[in-house]
Design a protein around this ligand. Sequence first.
Ligand code: TYD
Ligand code: MG
Length: 456
Amino acid sequence: MAKDKTIFFCTECGTEFPKWMGQCTACKAWDSVVEAPKAKPVAAGRSAVMRTPSKAVTLKEVDLREEPRIDTGMEELNRVLGGGIVQGSLVLTSGDPGIGKSTLLLQMCRNLSERGVSVLYVSGEESLAQIKLRAVRIGECGDSLKFLSETDVENIAEQVRTLRPGVVIIDSVQTMQKDDSSGAPGGPMQIREITAFFMRMAKDENISVFLVGHVTKEGAVAGPKILEHMVDTVLYFEGEGTTSFRILRAVKNRFGSTNEIGVFDMRADGLSEVANPSEHMLRGRPEDEPGSVVAVTMEGTRPILTEVQALVSRTSFNLPRRTASGTDINRLNLLTAVAERRAGMKLFQCDIYVNIAGGLRVTEPALDLPIVTALWSCVNNRPLPPGTVVFGEIGLTGELRAVTQPLARVREALKLGYRTCIMSKADCDSIGGNAPKGIRLIGIRSVRELGECLSK
Ligand code: TYD
Ligand code: MG
């Protein structure tokens, strides 16, 4: 490199600029561009990959080895990881603060230590006493699990060299520091360098490293998003508001599918796995009440039965209220308009509340028909026949459209004892002769037929 040229970068998103400016053109943050000497940062991210010269080969010459996997002792977590932890992989676990990332990883470490895998849990946020308090809640840990309260990455590397663990947890990447780094502590540049550092550690020493990353208030730029391209696997841990229901999703996975989800319930003694989410979601559902409909939604490749509730009441304002919790409000407005125009439902001057019970957030189109059915049931004050499930997408002309995986949805409904399934004619036809015995499939073409089909 010629001379030490000064460059500028945005502390929010890490974009570099040749000159200072008041607003970052990439993330639109104000007053976030600061001066930085252009030195090592670019090299830091690359050196992990570009060390040994390599030769181009054909695919035939590539050995396909099963990656050795470590069982985490939790089925839900194993599935999301693609069958267990891959040795030498770097996994980023992100989610809102307080959602349960530390708890999940600590439970995983406990299980690993019971299996004799040596584990190092590094916390930069909590003191050893705080970790102990949490560990007491989730149960006994084996002796192969060691804890370290440290924020300096070189000291961590030192400990890793002495202890030689199989799995290392870094909680969290935002609290780590690197002395020779050019960026500000906690800033995007330093976080990137630290991630590259642990990537190198994972690959060189064949250790599986889990990084915890908090999602910052805007949810995107300054947080773990800027690291996603660097790591092997990105897991998101999420939950709705105050409910104890948690979903672990793989949004990127070099060693497995990103369609899998893991479902957990946060209890007083840690996270417990929910092997049958449908049962969990429907617990306490009112039977024979107007405005309550059981919908079949898909979370990745897993069908989940959820309850959709609607309440329609006369408004006392000029502008009726529309409230959707657990689903998209704009979609509710659209469906209300379609129900009014195409199915003749009188929703004019009515407040409408729709709720997805159980704490799941569903935005898939297959929820359209269940929402309109719940509205219909409430407006007409008629409960749905017992044992009925509903799914289907609705278009603007009121037509019912096909959704993904109708057969998997029908099977899940049958498994939970449902005997009637209302769906689009297109889905009903596509299932055809494959329909499982014991469940009646009713296919309708448009929302106009809904009232007729439910009045029978
Ligand atoms: P934590 O794992 O610290 O979240 P994160 O690392 O994502 O910030 O978990 C935080 C919340 O979980 C905390 O508010 C308390 C709750 N919790 C339980 O309900 N039960 C438990 O057994 C534990 C350990 C935590
Ligand atoms: Mg934590």
